[in-house]
Structure formats: structure tokens, C-alpha cells
Design a protein around this ligand. Structure first.
Ligand code: NAP
Length: 280
């Protein structure tokens, strides 16, 4: 019997997940179809209930439902519980289990594509939104040396740090401290949406003031549209190594694929499909 996987989003229009997952299912000859569903908040509960059907393997969950979906699930993985958000649901015989694959997706993208090891890195992380929660969790799991956390709204950064971090591991910085933090860091991560080409947003801005960049190391931007944000272009011009958000998108998808099917995802196919959909 064919199986289904859904994306629960609102709006659902421009997601790349259907094309990525359907390419992966097709590549492995699996009779599974992935479809995006526009789910306004008032029908979230009943939509989640319908995932218990035996023809449904599970779902992805994205904006604005990643936190709101949690009370409707039967169990949460340790990671989803710690991050406080769910991006993947697995239907195990009518029981719904919530996972979060963003943290693992981020780590695998940096290690497997970027060739980077997180342990011992000194990080400057920009942003304190939903993606930042999963990424800060991943950094702390991987025993980084220190995270300097900068966000436009400082109190959100402080709340995020308090949520996770052992005292001293995460240092909140404001704009005057950024220069010193960037001079010390070995890895800069942009988790803000600044620089993204989307719905009238200006893609030609950087989350850092123009005269500031790390002095060495690696710059990761989780924005994937455009392929090279202003931040990444400036970092490349300064001779720094860079990675955009496409590998993270593919690897969080690969981890979700594994949750639903119990099989290793064809990550190369997923990466190639995303590259074609986004940049050709
Ligand atoms: P979010 O929860 O809305 O957080 C947005 C973050 O960006 C906040 O820290 C916010 O700061 C900051 N920000 C927004 N506009 C700003 C501006 N003009 N100046 C300075 N800071 C600004 O969003 P999210 O879900 O974390 O997503 C953030 C980005 O990551 C999006 O571009 C998304 O597409 C991308 N993303 C990529 C992946 C991937 O797999 N590659 C996964 C998830 C997300 P304040 O707190 O001050 O508002």
C-alpha cells in the first residue's frame, strides 16, 4: 500500500521539502509520497490527529507550528524535548512521536560537507530565533569551547542562553563587543534571516556591520536563498572558508527520512535536487 508523508505549514507554498523528499523516495524505489499541506492554526489539532492513519508514515512541521504541535503528540525524543520544538513526526502504529532533526542536520552539514569539527571551536553565533535554538543545542552537545551570542534583541539572546547553557559557555554580546568576539572566534554562524531573498526582504544586507568579519576560520550562513549571501561573499573575499544553508536543509531532511523509513537517506540525491531547484 502506498504511504504518505506530509508537511504541516502555514503558508505551505514555497517549501522545497516535497521536491527533495520525493526525489529521495523515488531514488530508492519507495512507494511513498510527500505533500505539503497548508494548515491554519485552528485546524492543527485535527490535522495532527489524522496522521495516526496507517497509510501515513509521519510529517514534517514548520513555521508556525513547531512549538504548537507538541501537546498533540504522544511522545517526544530527548532532543525535541531539550530544544523545545518539533520538526518531524513519526507515526508508530497510531502513536505519534515528535523529533527535531535541525540540530543533527546542522552538525552533519558542517562536518560531512564542511569538513569541520565543532569540538573546541570558539563560536560567534548571530540570532536567537527558532533555528538558533536547535543550533545552540547542537553546539553545546558537540562540546564547543565557547559561544558568543549576538542578537538584535538582546533579551531574546539572554533567554535562549539561560535555557540551555552551563554558566560561562555562552556569553551574550552587544554590538560594541562584537569586534573582540570576532577576533577570537574560529567559526561564525549566521542564524538570522538577514540576507535572505524572500517576500520583499532586502537580500543585499549582512547581519554584521560592513567593516567587521572574523579574522580567520569558517563562516556558516544557514540562509540558502541566495546561494551566496552578502555575508558569505564578504567572507570569501577575505579568504575565509564558507558554507551556505543548503547542506543543513538537506541533512535535516535526511535525518527525517531516516526517522520515517528506518533507512539511510540518499543525501547526494537530496543535495543535488535542492541545488537544481534553487540555483539553476
Ligand atoms: P525566526 O525564529 O523568525 O528568527 C529570526 C532571527 O533573525 C531572530 O534572531 C531575529 O532577531 C533576526 N532578525 C530578523 N530580522 C532582522 C533584522 N532586520 N536585523 C537583525 N536581526 C534580524 O526565524 P528562524 O526560523 O530562526 O529562521 C532564521 C533563518 O534561518 C531564515 O532565513 C530561515 O530560512 C533559515 N533557516 C534555514 C534552515 C536550513 O536548514 N538551512 C533551517 C531553519 C531556518 P530578533 O530576535 O531581534 O527579532
Amino acid at each position: 500500500m502506498p504511504k504518505s508523508v506530509y508537511l504541516l505549514a502555514h503558508p505551505a507554498g514555497h517549501s522545497l521539502s516535497p521536491v527533495m523528499h520525493n526525489a529521495a523516495f523515488h531514488h530508492l524505489g519507495l512507494d511513498i509520497h510527500y505533500a505539503a499541506r497548508d494548515v491554519p492554526p485552528e485546524v492543527l489539532a485535527e490535522t495532527v490527529m489524522a496522521l495516526r492513519d496507517s497509510a501515513v508514515l509521519g510529517a514534517n512541521v514548520t513555521i508556525p507550528h513547531k512549538v504548537a504541535v507538541m501537546p498533540y503528540l504522544d511522545r517526544l525524543s530527548e532532543t525535541a524535548q531539550a530544544i523545545g520544538a518539533v520538526n518531524t513526526i513519526v507515526n508508530r502504529g497510531g502513536l505519534l512521536i515528535g523529533h527535531n532533526t535541525d540540530a543533527k542536520g546542522f552538525t552533519r552539514a558542517l562536518t560531512e560537507v564542511g569538513g569541520l569539527h565543532l569540538q573546541g571551536q570558539v563560536i560567534v553565533m548571530l540570532g536567537a530565533g527558532g533555528a538558533a535554538r536547535a543550533i545552540l543545542y547542537a553546539l553545546l552537545q558537540n562540546d564547543v569551547a565557547r559561544v558568543y551570542l549576538y542578537n538584535r534583541t538582546t533579551k531574546k539572546a539572554a533567554a535562549l542562553a539561560q535555557n540551555f547553557a552551563p554558566p560561562g559557555k555562552v556569553v551574550i554580546v552587544t554590538e560594541p563587543d562584537l569586534r573582540a568576539a570576532l577576533a577570537e572566534c574560529t567559526l561564525l554562524i549566521n542564524t538570522t534571516s538577514v540576507g535572505m531573498a524572500h517576500d520583499g526582504m532586502d537580500p543585499d544586507i549582512s547581519p554584521l556591520p560592513d567593516n567587521l568579519l572574523p579574522e580567520r576560520g569558517f563562516v556558516a550562513d544557514i540562509v540558502y536563498r541566495p546561494a551566496r549571501t552578502r555575508l558569505l561573499r564578504q567572507a570569501e573575499a577575505a579568504g575565509l572558508e564558507t558554507q551556505n544553508g543548503l547542506p543543513m536543509l538537506a541533512f535535516q531532511g535526511a535525518e527525517s527520512f531516516g526517522c520515517w523509513t528506518g533507512r539511510d537517506a540518499p543525501v547526494e540525491v537530496m543535495l543535488r535536487t535542492l541545488e537544481q531547484a534553487l540555483y539553476s
